[in-house]
Design a protein around this ligand. Structure first.
Ligand SMILES: Cc1cc2nc3c(=O)[nH]c(=O)nc-3n(C[C@H](O)[C@H](O)[C@H](O)COP(=O)(O)OP(=O)(O)OC[C@H]3O[C@@H](n4cnc5c(N)ncnc54)[C@H](O)[C@@H]3O)c2cc1C
Length: 388
């Protein structure tokens, strides 16, 4: 078996692995460190689309294919077009992100990429693949999760199917993204549609559910078809691409750093926001913090505590409210968007609010439902042993 040694190994070249490489390059850390990036896939396909909101220009601005400064939310007896400023809602296609990162890496020294399947990563700093053993002082892992699902926590899934469609005539308002359209059958779950227009003739239309069980493929397909027929009657369109995804929505902790040479990043390192599934922007914050630790020789322990613990509490309560279903889920979101200054919900969901702003946000929700869920959540938490 081949054996090689590097200073840094990045196991997994998806959103987190490649974001971290870009942050390391940006900080010049590759100038004096040999870095190995390992992924089982060469990432040649458009396997996902990322949307997120941020202020100003981000590190991946060149990959942004579309951005909107307004989003709409629809629900029974409710519709609102929200200006997002200072945020903009941005879209990046997976394939553009992967190509952009690989091109940057090719033009940079000291970074090697290999496509091999990882079998094991050991605490001593070895990454074992089918063909080789690679060692390093530091391993950033987004590929292999050791965390077993625990029934002590909420375990919802965000699952969705999307169609990229193209029309002959101008159909979409490309200045506004539909963030959530709840005017579809809810089946006593949380179900909504996204409509993300790329141009007047092109859009990504996605059917999304927060629930415990997946649907059959034809059910996702039927919902999208019916929605397009209702929203754009008599539309002639062709489907150019499809995407399907599952994102875990769980309050189960996914610690990033346990004192060994391995630092988990991305979804398996706790970067997915439990109550929304949004991950991309939290990955960027995680990568920036890692770079700060490397440059300033700080302990990676900090990566486990990137956000104040109250945001974990809000997520847990939110998941409980969704699970308990004491009111339709669309009401919860409607309250959030109806009763607050336009950009505040986005600031809150980005975990960038102050406590004073959070009091405003929390007071927008149905108080008896949220207070009840918060109390039940605290009582049930006491009955659960903390994760080791
Ligand atoms: C279809 C889809 C759409 C999404 N849309 C959004 C969105 O709009 N906004 C948002 O914020 N989040 C979104 N997410 C959630 C999240 O941003 C993504 O899942 C993101 O890709 C997570 O990054 P990651 O690096 O943790 O995982 P990944 O990007 O999945 O990267 C993990 C990498 O590890 C590699 N790997 C796995 N096992 C092995 C192995 N044994 N050996 C070697 N390599 C291995 C994989 O090939 C992969 O490249 C979406 C997720 C999906 C699935």
């Amino acid at each position: 078996m081949k054996e090689e040694t590097y200073q840094i190994i990045i196991a997994g070249a998806g959103a987190a692995g490649l974001s971290l490489v870009m942050h390391l390059i940006e900080a010049g850390i590759n100038n004096d460190k040999q870095i190995l990036v390992i992924d089982k896939s060469s990432k040649k396909e458009n396997d996902r689309t990322w949307c997120f909101w941020e202020t100003g220009k981000g590190l991946f601005e060149e990959c942004v294919i579309q951005q909107w400064d307004h989003v709409s939310v629809f629900a029974p007896q409710f519709s609102k077009k929200l200006p997002l400023l200072p945020y903009r809602y941005k879209m990046i296609r997976g394939i553009d992100f992967y190509s952009y990162c690989f091109n940057k890496i090719k033009a940079t020294k000291n970074i090697t990429i290999i496509n091999e399947a990882i079998q094991e990563i050991t605490d001593e700093g070895k990454v074992i693949t089918t063909d080789s053993i690679y060692s390093a002082d530091l391993i950033f892992n987004s590929a292999i999760s050791q965390t077993q699902k625990s029934s002590n926590y909420h375990q919802l899934l965000q699952h969705f199917k999307g169609w990229y469609i193209e029309t002959k005539n101008d159909t979409f308002d490309s200045t506004t993204a539909t963030l959530m359209d709840f005017t579809i059958d809810q089946h006593n779950e949380c179900r909504f549609m996204y409509e993300l227009p790329l141009t007047k003739k092109k859009a990504l239309i996605e059917f999304t559910l927060f629930s415990e069980k997946l649907l059959k493929d034809e059910e996702y397909e039927r919902e999208i078809k019916v929605y397009i027929e209702r929203k754009h009657p008599n539309l002639t369109y062709s489907i150019t691409e499809k995407e399907f995804g599952i994102i875990p929505m769980t309050d189960q902790p996914f610690p990033s750093y346990n004192g060994s040479k391995i630092i988990n990043i991305g979804t398996i390192g706790g970067a997915t926001k439990a109550s929304t599934g949004y991950t991309f922007q939290f990955i960027q914050k995680q990568c920036a913090a890692i770079v700060d630790c490397i440059l300033n020789n700080r302990s990676f322990e900090k990566i486990n505590h990137l956000k104040p613990s109250r945001f974990h509490f809000y997520d847990r309560v939110f998941l409980r409210v969704l699970r308990e279903k004491k009111e339709p889920s669309y009401k919860v979101f409607t309250d959030l968007f109806k009763n607050l200054p336009d950009a505040l919900p986005f600031k809150f969901l980005a975990e960038e609010t102050t406590i004073i702003e959070e009091i405003k946000v929390l007071s927008a929700f149905n108080k008896s439902i949220f207070a009840g869920a918060a109390i039940r959540q605290e009582i049930s938490k006491k009955a659960i042993k903390p994760a080791q």
